[in-house]
Design a protein around this ligand. Structure first.
Ligand SMILES: Cc1cc2nc3c(=O)[nH]c(=O)nc-3n(C[C@H](O)[C@H](O)[C@H](O)COP(=O)(O)OP(=O)(O)OC[C@H]3O[C@@H](n4cnc5c(N)ncnc54)[C@H](O)[C@@H]3O)c2cc1C
Length: 435
């Protein structure tokens, strides 16, 4: 049987960045297993592609994500410049469309600085000032985050994979973890097609399936999750000049901030609107509600039943979920949500559907969505669940923090530390000291 010192499951941006840091600091056989044919084929390669500056993240309630996002902007900027990767610092205008939201963006101005942004990166704008910058945008006021940047996270992840491989990490594609068993004091990781790897330690970064992989090892049994497909529509070339920056809205439901579609400027210049958040049964269900009846039944009867049952007796949640489905089926309904701040956009300007991505949100036993990532320790294993937005932005700093935590917990004592870390674009100690 193949043996490894460490196995990471999941080649999204989280698992790949983790493999990058660990292989730069340690010798030994580090294997990343990924069920797809390459890295970032799921959420990490199907998102909005924005490096989010953390002005909108509560400095206490979302402290880790805010600090990681803030530092990682600088890390990605250095990385993109050294590797010559697309980097479009076009800025985001987050608009308020009612008086309550106008008050909210004033709070964002304080949060930006509290989260470590330079005060010059953000500006509070009146509706008239927004019109001067973006004549086709209607609002009562806005915060302008000048350094929000458009990138392509699939390209970033592929580039990190190359660096990890050059440092000795191995990537095994087409390996879907189906079962993890204990054997002679080690773990045996088995794939759907019968491949096996024995390892001393396992890290679960399986994105939309992270909770299922954790449950295989009796970890996080109190949690369950729901999957939401974020869909986009591409804007015609003729209308792409309508707005030149990202336009976001202050979330209508601060507890479920991923419900509001935006106007997005992609790193390659294309304009899209989206994403919505359509409730679906599976973490790779890119069309319809479920990939077959089996997936649907599995999701409905998946344990624990109580978490979802509590959410599904919440009338507000059901109303929101049905509205999101309407915006999936009807282009007009999706458009209407964006016309509230770009009224000139018309149905014929939305020429084709964009690439949808899926968000998997963990629900606690009280039926609440959890906001931050969840880190859980298991027997010879560590699990990261609920690694959601702005997870792609914060991944370099967040994974460095994870490595430092795992070192302190003594999880890497079986690995040989390199006398000098492999020289890369980022400096591990500098990152940890800045967090
Ligand atoms: C619609 C949408 C828009 C977003 N926009 C942004 C944005 O603009 N900016 C930002 O910072 N963040 C954004 N995010 C969030 C960000 O994309 C995620 O936080 C991040 O990509 C999560 O990375 P991950 O590696 O945890 O997950 P993933 O990218 O999903 O990677 C997990 C990997 O695990 C693999 N896997 C799953 N199960 C198994 C198994 N059993 N065995 C082996 N492999 C397995 C999968 O194939 C997958 O490749 C967005 C998210 C969504 C859904």
């Amino acid at each position: 049987m193949e043996k490894a010192d460490l196995v990471i499951s999941g080649g999204g941006i989280l698992g790949t960045a983790l493999a990058y840091w660990i292989s730069s600091l340690y010798e030994g056989k580090i294997v990343l297993v990924e069920m797809a044919e390459d890295v970032a084929r799921h959420t990490s390669g199907r998102n909005t592609g924005v490096i989010h500056r953390p002005f909108y993240l509560h400095p206490e309630k979302r402290r880790t994500f805010a600090r990681c996002a803030n530092l990682s902007y600088h890390l990605w900027k250095e990385y993109a410049s050294a590797e010559n990767l697309p980097w479009k610092e076009i800025g985001t205008i987050e608009v308020a469309t009612n008086d309550h939201q106008v008050e909210h963006i004033k709070k964002y101005m304080q949060w930006a600085v509290q989260n470590g942004m330079d005060a010059s990166e953000v500006e509070l704008l009146s509706g008239e000032q927004v019109k001067k910058l973006e004549p086709h945008v209607d609002c009562l006021g806005a915060i302008f985050a000048k350094t929000d940047t458009s990138v392509n996270y699939q390209i970033f992840t592929e580039s990190l994979k190359k660096r990890a491989v050059s440092q000795g990490a191995q990537f095994k594609f087409g390996f879907k973890v189906q079962d993890v068993a204990s054997k002679n004091g080690a773990l045996v990781i088995r794939s759907v097609d019968g491949q096996e790897i024995e390892t001393s330690f396992f890290i679960n970064c399986s994105g939309g399936n992270a909770i299922d992989v954790a449950h295989m090892m009796n970890v996080g049994k109190e949690y369950t999750d729901l999957h939401f497909r974020g869909e986009y529509w591409e804007v015609s070339q003729a209308k792409s000049g309508l707005v030149s920056r990202n336009i976001y809205t202050v979330p209508k439901h601060p507890d479920i901030p991923f419900l509001d579609p935006h106007w997005i400027v992609r790193a390659d210049g294309r304009r899209e609107i989206g994403p919505n958040a359509v409730l679906i049964a599976g973490s790779q269900t890119y069309e319809g509600f479920a990939n077959g009846l089996g997936e649907f039944l599995c999701k409905v009867f998946e344990r624990p039943l109580g978490n979802k049952a509590r959410l599904f007796t919440n009338a507000d949640f059901l109303k929101l979920a049905s509205e999101e489905w309407v915006s999936s089926i009807s282009k007009k309904a999706m458009l209407a949500r964006v016309q509230k701040f770009i009224p000139e956009l018309k149905a014929e300007d939305l020429v084709k559907r964009g690439t949808a991505g899926i968000r998997s949100s963990v629900i606690d036993p009280k039926g609440n969505f959890i906001k931050e990532a969840i880190e859980l320790e298991g027997e010879k294993s560590f699990h990261i669940l609920n690694y959601n937005s702005p997870g792609a932005t914060g991944s370099p700093a967040y994974t460095a923090l994870l490595v430092s935590k795992l070192e302190k917990l003594g999880k890497f004592t079986h690995l040989k530390k390199r006398p000098i870390p492999v020289k890369g674009i980022w400096d591990f100690n500098k990152v940890i000291n800045s967090l």
